[in-house]
Design a protein around this ligand. Sequence first.
Ligand SMILES: C[S@@+](CC[C@H](N)C(=O)[O-])C[C@H]1O[C@@H](n2cnc3c(N)ncnc32)[C@H](O)[C@@H]1O
Length: 296
Amino acid sequence: MEILHYPVLHDSVLEYLALSTDEDAVMIDCTTGEGGHSNLFLSRFPRLCVIGIDRDEEIQKKAIERLSVYPGRFKAVNAWFDDYLRSAESESADRILFDLGISIFHYEESQRGFSFRKDEPLDMRLDKNASLSAADIVNSYSEEELASIIYRYGEERYSRRIARAFVEHREKSPIRTSKEAEDIIFHAVPKEYRYGRISPATRTFQALRIEVNKELDRIKPSLLEAIRVLKRGGRIGVITFHSLEDRIVKWTFKDEAEKENPEIRIITKKPVVPSEAEERVNAPSRSAKLRVVEKL
Ligand SMILES: C[S@@+](CC[C@H](N)C(=O)[O-])C[C@H]1O[C@@H](n2cnc3c(N)ncnc32)[C@H](O)[C@@H]1O
């Protein structure tokens, strides 16, 4: 089994969410992925048990195999983290970690069209049983709806032109693959935008992924539930990768910390970001931000 994903901000996460080495503790890793962060914590804190959530069964199998070296200390749960937290017992966890988004595995191995560099079915579902794929969205949403999600979830300034191009293409034949979608976007945007710092498809692909998996809608309810599920003195850490996610985390924590009888205090006044050295060895960490709160 090849591990593709390197845990982002690993030193900072370990520092801010550190535990005692001689007391029993429970951590909920809401986004286990290949188990990178879970592995760090299980190896560092011998009396810790981790409940590892992931909606994606395939990547979860990798985590289960990887973490089998800690018998009885890792329990995998296949669920959306918001659903899991809603049903979890109050004050039952010492640490709760979210490392939002998707993993290198999804781009490189999943064959679900997350990457516009590959020619794969345009799927993007983390939950194989979900009804809506990215292809369903580009082939069935109205032009206005498409423009709106590409603008809101991708912050793409050419959202209208891209939506128009999708609709024109599907009138002739359905859009089926990631390469087809990339090609449509490439030709929809002005020439000078085609060869910029990032591919012109980056933002639209992000938007489709967010819409398919309802990624942003899940964050605030999950953070509020996580506060309830956390023990007093426990900590929540959230790693985000773009401003849309970070804004939700920042304001949810701020609102909760500034309530009349607050349940939490903010530990990281400013988000923690990777060092230059980490950015050099782990390029995907470049946009990462960690925010941490503690339950009072
Ligand atoms: C960035 S990766 C986590 C990487 C992991 N921390 C590591 O170091 O290996 C995020 C993972 O969370 C999962 N995921 C994303 N949103 C989710 C949600 N709302 N509920 C459950 N799992 C989710 C994805 O399938 C992916 O495997």
